[in-house]
Design a protein around this ligand. Sequence first.
Ligand code: M6R
Length: 607
Amino acid sequence: MCGIVGLVGETAAAPRLIEGLRRLEYRGYDSTGVATIFDKQIAICRAAGKLINLEGLIEKSPIYGNIGIGHTRWATHGVPSSINAHPHATESVAVVHNGIIENFSSLKSMLESEGHKFCSDTDSEVIPKLIHHLLEQGHEPIEAVAAALKKLKGAFALGIIFAGYENLLIGARRGSPLAVGSNEKESFLASDAFAMAPFTRTVSYLEEGDCAVLRPGITEIFDGKNRTVNRISHESEHDEEMANKSGYQHFMEKEIHEQPRVIRDTLNSYYNSSGGKVFLPNNSEDLFDFDQLYITACGTSFYAGLTARYWMESIARIPVIVDIASEFRYRGSPLNKNGTALFISQSGETADTLAALNFAKNHGQKIISVVNVAESTMARESDLVLPTRAGIEIGVASTKAFTTQLVALACFSIGLAMRRGSISEKDGARLANLLEQLPVLTSDLLKNINRFTQIADELSEVKTVLYLGRGSSYPIALEGALKLKEISYIHAEGYAAGEMKHGPIALIEEGTPVIFLAPSSPLFDKTASNIQEAAARGARVILLSDQKGINELDGLIYKSIEMPEADEFIAPILYTIPIQLLAYYTAVCKGTDVDQPRNLAKSVTVE
Ligand code: M6R
């Protein structure tokens, strides 16, 4: 977690560090800080809370210098406070850190025994203290960093500057992402190329164990064995439009409304509309010969995996095991020899998913990943990437990343099914044609917003909401509950509708809102029975169904949202839109911080 940025150039660093941090705030917003070198000394400014607090402080007491580092924090060790905020520094060195130093206790004891004093509760503070200690022993800055890195255990991306050195910025990575880039007169590093986009579009990504030495306009990269290396440079695709809300109140709202377009973009990566056919990347034939598939992910991406299981098992006839990444590698699960494992992630940097991916790789699995950030670590570590084309997602609550993951996974399921002969080409074309209807269907759903705001007004007053669905609506119920929890802070539970009677029904009392996702399908009648059971216990049933479903249950329903009639293959994608809108407008009604909900961060790069 956390975002770091650094630059060395010929003009004032602080305003540009702030601009970079604004673009990294999605990675954490518990505190922020910047450090520069001015007049040979380290100048630091740090503030608890969001970037706006730091900006206020810098406005009152500007900090000068043309070299600097900045940090936006998601707290792991130590409460969110200005003392625990980065940069951490001594009089000779300042450091920003993303990751966790696992052996910080033993390093701290060693350094304390040498007379060094610590001020914060963070693990990160050992890094500048250790480098300072090595500088005191006579090492030059680059050597001191190299020696310090050898002693650190855990994950890190670092930005480091030194008192008395106005042209030297060092970056290093192990486990956490770090990009570097230069223009004619300046050099930059950042956790994400998006933070550097206003200054340079040409970026390279450090690899595991790499270290970068940045001077104005020059970046040198060294690998873990201290050999000079070239890392491929990429033109980053980020444009200014991505960094603003384009007239919407929140990024989340903007991202919900982008779905018709990004669903189309993603579909275009797998579907040839003139040929009417889904295609799989054809350079990876041997990757598709598996008899069972492991799918692993976290949070919303995990729910995309749960949804994909319904498609893969029903149409491709492949048994699928879906697991939460933080559980998968500790379960001691026996993995098939030469099997294939699929990982799903928006960021491609989630530490739990990445660790699970490496575990699978080390156990001989071939790796497929569904990833939104093309340059991410997960994408680089995979044998095959199935891209989603959601574009940058800034709202912490995932929306367009989820629906595009579903589209990619639906296409993958069709492609596999045809390849294995479990469906005919004609059936494959029929399913692909259903997916092709999604941009229009989702766009229509986004037109009549009033019907969501009215229900959201009521939801904003309650303490608990249940989301229930059967079949592939079940993972969407889980996603609905997660969305509501994370942005409105209302307690919500998602359950398989048939499971309600085994426990959660005890939560229902007079007036409890229960949201049922019930598209017309062979399971509709079963869900209808569960609706009867909930209504009989006083639940306010909110039904998401098509007109036929709503008519059938008239009399039992408190409120309904009419959905278009949809084939059950695409229903989970379509029914995601209303559950996003309900969560969004409930949060707006409550006045919570929709894009940056409390305690969360967009990309969870610690285990
Ligand atoms: O970047 P990833 O898809 O790997 O992230 C996984 C989860 O952290 C993420 O989906 C999280 O649950 C979102 N906040 C959900 O809205």
